[in-house]
Design a protein. Structure first.
Length: 365
């Protein structure tokens, strides 16, 4: 299990305790047209307007970071999760070695990879004298797990430079906002402090959706007053709040429009510059809907061209028999699968485990 560095806090959280829809501890609303500072500022206290108008985190009162008493860091693991039973099997009946290549192609492993795996399975089965269905399934599981394994699949949360900032990108409908909510809840279960930023300001309902997940994750959220606000302003205020409250992580939702890649590149670039005025970006996670099959590959290529992606999150793996797209993405884009989701419940989310994934693919169900 991966270990990460976070701030040492004086309490433990029971990961098995029920999740309730509590209100997030803080909501900061960012007015449209907020001008970002031209240089890295110190943190500031939010200035609150009364009445029905939104609040704005903006002040000339500076806080010297050196005056803040930084908690010590501690190496921790996140609460353990297992999603093997949520992975769709490649086989509806007994495994037929003669049909394996076709099955792998239909599952989006790609023609060349399917040929290689089928040939290797035959070779190893003959060498070891394996003929029964359980033996062949176990051998295939081991072959797939070996091909799926990488040494860079952990989240980049271990250098101790807090707050860690995670940008989440992906097309609308891929499960981006849901992923943020699930990740935030998981981190909270592990006694991490998380701030969410609703920087997908143009999609109708995106901000409200993230606020709902913020309640479930019991995490503060920074959001715009109205649709169309400057996403970089929201991102900036999110990181500022994380610094001021000594949160461990800031997770920022971003736009999912791909109609014009130049506009998307410009927007993500502006968000990145706004964040980096105060903190470095630890991860850029690309959320991909596994049910899209080969369309997921084209989406992933487009985003990796513009977003400096560091890892992939695969969602809805329980809804497709095309799990091979996960292998194809890792291989063709040379990016690790870091997280996977297999359902709509808040705990249906975990680190990607090649062993568990391969076991799910070959399981007899």
């Amino acid at each position: 299990m991966f270990k990460f560095l976070k701030r040492l806090r004086g309490q433990e959280v029971d990961a098995s305790s029920p999740v309730v829809d509590s209100q997030p501890s803080t909501v900061i609303e960012v007015l449209p047209g907020l001008d970002l500072p031209s240089q890295a500022p110190a943190s500031s206290e939010p200035e609150v307007e009364t009445g029905t108008a939104a609040t704005l985190a903006k002040s000339d009162t500076s806080i010297d970071k050196k005056e803040i008493s930084e908690p010590a860091l501690v190496s921790v693991e996140l609460p353990k999760r297992s999603l093997g039973t949520g992975i769709r099997s490649l086989f509806s009946d007994s495994m037929d070695i003669d049909q394996l290549e076709d099955i792998l192609i239909l599952a989006d492993f790609g023609v060349e990879t399917a040929e290689e795996i089928a040939a290797e399975l035959r070779r190893e089965a003959n060498r070891q004298g394996l003929t029964t269905d359980p033996e062949l399934r176990l051998l295939l599981k081991d072959l797939l797990a070996k091909r799926l394994s990488r040494n860079d699949s952990a989240l980049n949360l271990d250098d101790g430079t807090l707050p860690y900032v995670i940008l989440v990108v992906g097309v609308n409908g891929a499960g981006k906002t849901t992923t943020i909510g699930k990740l935030a809840r998981w981190l909270k279960d592990g006694d991490w402090e998380v701030v969410l930023g609703a920087a997908d300001t143009y999609r109708a309902g995106a901000v409200d959706q993230l606020e709902t997940w913020a309640k479930r994750a019991d995490s503060p959220i920074v959001k715009p007053v109205k649709e169309g606000a400057d996403p970089a302003s929201v991102a900036y205020q999110t990181v500022e709040m994380a610094i001021r409250t000594q949160a461990d992580i800031a997770i920022i939702d971003t736009a999912g429009r791909l109609q014009n890649k130049k506009d998307l590149m410009d927007e993500l670039g502006k968000i990145r510059r706004a964040v980096e005025k105060q903190a470095k970006i630890s991860e850029v996670l690309l959320v991909i809907d596994a049910t899209n099959g080969q369309n997921a590959m084209s989406q992933a290529r487009a985003f990796t061209e513009v977003a400096e992606v560091t890892g992939i999150v695969m969602t809805k793996l329980d809804g497709t028999a095309k799990g091979g797209i996960l292998y194809s993405l890792q291989k063709e884009l040379n990016l690790p699968i870091k997280l996977v989701g297999v359902g709509e419940q808040i705990n249906d989310f975990a680190f990607f485990s090649p062993e568990e994934f391969a076991k799910g693919l070959v399981a007899k169900k």
